[in-house]
Design a protein around this ligand. Sequence first.
Ligand SMILES: NC(=O)C1=CN([C@@H]2O[C@H](COP(=O)(O)OP(=O)(O)OC[C@H]3O[C@@H](n4cnc5c(N)ncnc54)[C@H](O)[C@@H]3O)[C@@H](O)[C@H]2O)C=CC1
Ligand SMILES: O=C(O)[C@H]1O[C@H](OP(=O)(O)OP(=O)(O)OC[C@H]2O[C@@H](n3ccc(=O)[nH]c3=O)[C@H](O)[C@@H]2O)[C@H](O)[C@@H](O)[C@@H]1O
Length: 438
Amino acid sequence: MKISVVGCGYLGAVHAAAMAELGHTVVGVDVDERKIEALSEGRAPFFEPGLPEILTSASASGRLRFSTDMAEVADATVHFIAVGTPQKPGSHSADMTYVDAAVDALLPHLKAGDLVVGKSTVPVGTAARLAATVKAAVPGADLAWNPEFLREGFAVKDTISPDRLVYGISDDADLAATAKAALDEVYSKALGEGTPLVVTDYATAELVKISANAFLATKISFINAISEIAEVAGANVSELADAIGYDARIGRRFLNAGIGFGGGCLPKDIRAFGARAEELGRGEALTFLKEVDAINLRRRQRVVDMVVEMLGGQAFDKKVAVLGLAFKPDSDDIRDSPALDIAVQLNGLGAVVSATDPHAISNAKAKHPQLHFVESVGEAVAHAEIVLLLTEWSEYRALTPADIESAVAGKRIIDGRNVLSSPEWRSAGWDYRAMGRP
Ligand SMILES: NC(=O)C1=CN([C@@H]2O[C@H](COP(=O)(O)OP(=O)(O)OC[C@H]3O[C@@H](n4cnc5c(N)ncnc54)[C@H](O)[C@@H]3O)[C@@H](O)[C@H]2O)C=CC1
Ligand SMILES: O=C(O)[C@H]1O[C@H](OP(=O)(O)OP(=O)(O)OC[C@H]2O[C@@H](n3ccc(=O)[nH]c3=O)[C@H](O)[C@@H]2O)[C@H](O)[C@@H](O)[C@@H]1O
């Protein structure tokens, strides 16, 4: 199948390479010349495990190319839209200018029989609006919505072997059958392996995606709210999560309390969902998502307050080591990263923040050049009054007191992700604090 992917960021670059790896002929198009240059040379423009390998093998196969020229999509019959839908500045709504611009730029190159497939996360109602635009501009062309559920850090695996597929398709029976057949061919491998498929209307497909992210965000904020209570009650939120997680109706996954969720999706998606509900006159249905957001942001403040308290009432001029800047391990993505936010807040209080991360330093430096970035844990903790573990990269999870105690100025540590052993650190004489557990 000949496929184009418009937008080659964290989602689109992986999708393009994975589709080529599956045997399709793919062109990825992006307006960012540097990204396209890197991808064309077989280099991943961001850190994502497994992406370099499939970029190399798919490029060598001759089935994958990248371009900044939209005319290159002319050969393809299925066109994925994977551009960003960030939070609009000064608002909670999604900024739809990139999706609209991408579709407008695509229209002159579409032909009858082509299928435009939305992958970006969008406000409900977008697919119906864009389907009308596509059909009016190019008779015989159609649109489907095929939301994406990949997780950064596992993006290649999640794209090649998704846990489910969702097609939102036209209510015209003939168009719907053609769109479904095209998508079935795109995903023939996953479908052949028994991946569950939900075929539905546009609005449901759009809502499936945003509801999934809202549920995940709610689950994380739920356990973080409980961790606030556990902290004052002297309980252990990790053991509590294990215990409630044994109930299959609840499940243990996404019940890790800590400094909360960040990234380019969960935070902006719950806000955009609430904003869209208000536009639809049902704002009250999603008021709880404001609380989910507030609980989440409170976790960051809690760490800042804890640092000040542990440093005797003020952070000014105190050296603070920050381990982790990415919003989660195995990604270099710093969008709405709780770790980076905490580092910036402490810097604002006059602390001398020395921050490190295995892969996210250059992204963090570009956004917050005021912080002091170092390449290693050893440099970060040297003479630090306090150490903060904020992103649970495997090398930070494996830290022991012996690794760093001769370098620090004060044996204080905050385990923002509840991943270290408190008895081990305490018995080595550290003032060890976690998030909602002893
Ligand atoms: N990052 C993720 O893990 C996932 C993201 N999503 C959704 O996918 C969408 C994209 O997200 P990311 O890839 O993370 O964003 P991103 O910001 O990494 O990538 C977006 C790309 O689109 C390009 N772009 C913008 N306007 C364009 C245009 N007119 N023509 C061609 N390219 C254009 C940008 O240059 C950028 O490379 C968002 O709606 C997001 O919510 C959905 C599931 C997973
Ligand atoms: O729409 C999207 O872009 C994607 O958003 C999330 O994926 P992602 O943002 O890559 O990361 P997650 O693994 O969901 O983690 C999100 C945040 O929650 C935090 N988290 C996660 C789990 C947990 O138990 N506790 C917790 O604080 C992580 O540290 C991270 O900051 C969803 O998991 C994907 O299914 C979805 O496709």
